[in-house]
Design a protein around this ligand. Structure first.
Ligand code: 13P
Length: 229
């Protein structure tokens, strides 16, 4: 019997969904989930559709791991983010085409669209380049994620954080969509960028409305239509 079976299955389901949703392909990308005193992370260089719960690697925050599979080469990113960010339990890394197309120019996503606020700020930053799997890359990623739930990685891809796998996947699709829209919009030059005060207003409205979160507790958030009882 493996430890944390539900979280292991959530990691596998999240990986399969990344490829199905077109935000990742092949063996690139990796996913982690907080579990017990440490976390679970995908094994390195293994096709997602071949993974079983026992293949998911259990790690401690001290960098040690259990089992026969080696953890993702990006285990430091997962370890450092989960250690520094008690507000999230899932770290998703992928190489989606449009986000990566911006990141290879060292470009993040400015507030050309109000949905940028979903990632927690007035822009989605692009972390500076460092070789994959290094502590330097993890340090750059953590800095770019300060106060945010998503960032791009120069010449590499994206990172998205979530309370659960579903939230991380939904935001990853949103960030990739924003990257695609931003690239298309640039066909006509640099688009209009919303000022920080408007993004602050949007962020506050999203918070009040619980925007982007399914409301299933029967509790109507503020600033929305009320359910009829
Ligand atoms: P792993 O297979 O080691 O997780 O590497 C994939 C990747 O995307 C590295 O950045």
């Amino acid at each position: 019997m493996v430890s944390h079976p539900a979280e292991r299955q959530a990691v596998i389901d999240g990986c399969l969904a990344m490829n199905r949703l077109g935000i990742n392909q092949g063996m690139s990308g990796n996913l982690s989930h907080r579990a017990g005193d440490g976390f679970l992370v995908t094994p390195t260089s293994m096709a997602y559709d071949a993974m079983t719960p026992a293949d998911i690697v259990e790690m401690g925050f001290d960098g040690t791991y259990l089992g026969d599979r080696r953890p993702s080469s990006e285990w430091r990113i997962h370890r450092d983010i989960l250690r520094a960010r008690p507000d999230v339990s899932v770290v998703l890394h992928a190489h989606p085409t449009f986000a990566t197309a911006l990141a290879v120019h060292g470009r993040g996503i400015p507030a050309f669209h109000y949905m940028v606020a979903l990632a927690g700020g007035e822009s989605i930053r692009c972390a500076s380049y460092a070789t994959f799997g290094t502590q330097e890359l993890s340090d750059h990623a953590l800095a770019a994620l300060d106060g945010r739930l998503a960032c791009l990685l120069a010449n590499h891809g994206m990172i998205v954080l979530g309370v659960g796998v579903g939230q991380a996947l939904a935001l990853a699709v949103e960030v990739e969509t924003l990257a695609r829209q931003y690239l298309y919009a640039q066909q006509f030059g640099e688009p209009v960028i919303l000022p920080p005060e408007e993004i602050a207003r949007v962020a506050e409205k999203m918070r009040r409305m619980k925007y982007g979160q399914p409301v299933d507790d029967g509790d109507a958030p503020e600033d929305t239509a009320r359910p009829r009882h």
